[in-house]
Design a protein around this ligand. Structure first.
Ligand SMILES: CC(C)(COP(=O)(O)OP(=O)(O)OC[C@H]1O[C@@H](n2cnc3c(N)ncnc32)[C@H](O)[C@@H]1OP(=O)(O)O)[C@@H](O)C(=O)NCCC(=O)NCCS
Length: 169
């Protein structure tokens, strides 16, 4: 029987998450910035909380919440229309599931864990997703996120990538 678990990330999970991220990048080109230093990418300085997903005891998936920054397009878009809500906003990101761990609803469960935490702590969640990441877009729409606009995401290599911005209702 397959066992599925989503739980808070610990420091010991970082190497497995980094390995999964490298595999995801090879298949999906996510993240568009590349994976030169995957462990550092998993530890943004603005982190609020991170979660991992296990499949049969192996860490295969990841998501985190951060405080909003000036480079988070969806957060900037929301805060432009809702000034003063900075302290009530979190940004979801670094969502991925290893290609071999997909199709078990772990992506959905990871997002639900982040949303539950946000709801418990009085936070709205904003996120942006590259237009090319259609499975993620389908997931966000099924989860009821509200599309608030589009943006151009700077991939750090001189390219602007079309993105879609969402917030929780
Ligand atoms: C997005 C991602 C995390 C989803 O992981 P997952 O564990 O396979 O997702 P789930 O099993 O929870 O499936 C989520 C939904 O997407 C749908 N889905 C899954 N794989 C799909 C596919 N290949 N094509 C179309 N729809 C698909 C499922 O129907 C599911 O909806 P349901 O729960 O109503 O059945 C994974 O595909 C991934 O890591 N993609 C690359 C990284 C990425 O794009 N991250 C998003 C950054 S914003």
């Amino acid at each position: 029987m397959t066992t599925l678990l989503v739980r808070e990330r610990t420091e010991a999970d970082i190497p497995c998450c980094a390995d999964a991220l490298v595999a995801v990048h090879a298949v999906d080109g996510y993240p568009v910035e590349g994976v030169a230093d995957p462990q550092a990418w998993l530890r943004p300085s603005t982190i609020i909380q991170a979660w991992v997903a296990e499949l049969d005891g192996h860490v295969v998936g990841h998501v985190l919440l951060t405080e909003p920054t000036a480079t988070d397009a969806a957060a900037v878009m929301w805060l432009t229309d809702h000034p003063g809500e900075h302290a009530q906003l979190a940004v979801a990101g670094r969502l991925f599931v290893h290609p071999e761990g997909r199709g078990h609803s772990l992506g959905r469960r990871l997002m639900q864990a982040a949303f539950a935490y946000a709801e418990d702590t009085g936070l709205r969640v904003a996120l942006d997703v590259m237009e090319k990441d259609q499975v993620a877009i389908g997931l966000y729409e099924k989860l009821g996120l509200l599309r608030i606009g589009t943006a151009q995401h700077d991939d750090g290599h001189g390219n602007l990538i079309p993105a879609i911005c969402y917030v929780t209702p």
